[in-house]
Design a protein around this ligand. Structure first.
Ligand SMILES: [Zn+2]
Length: 107
């Protein structure tokens, strides 16, 4: 949600604000820790920018990274390195994602 402030300064109207810009870095398939649904998850970068008359000028603070379940909306914070990597983070993998063991020979 954009947040804006309007102020009058010597008869001039100033429209200042902060706006969060969200960018999807990747789409992964994983299991959600909350709803349990195995489906698409989005790796998202969120950056807040200072706006002047609704024009974004510069970044405010550090970017936030998280993984979002597209089913229930659960947001799991990620580090930048995790977000930049294309492999799913280990905590998103459920037991069904573990490497399957080869059937043992029964002799
Ligand atoms: Zn979910």
């Amino acid at each position: 949600m954009p947040r804006f402030a309007r102020g009058h300064c010597n008869g001039m109207l100033l429209v200042l604000g902060l706006r969060a810009t969200v960018r999807v870095l990747a789409r992964l398939v994983g299991s959600c820790g909350r709803c349990g649904n195995r489906g698409p998850h989005e790796v998202v970068e969120s950056v807040r920018k200072f706006t002047f008359f609704f024009v974004p000028l510069f970044r405010v603070g550090a970017a936030r990274y998280f993984q979002t379940c597209t089913n229930c909306g659960l947001e799991t914070p990620l580090t930048e390195a995790q977000a930049r990597s294309t492999t799913p983070s280990p905590h998103m993998l459920g037991p069904q994602d573990a490497p399957r063991q080869a059937p043992q020979d029964r002799r």
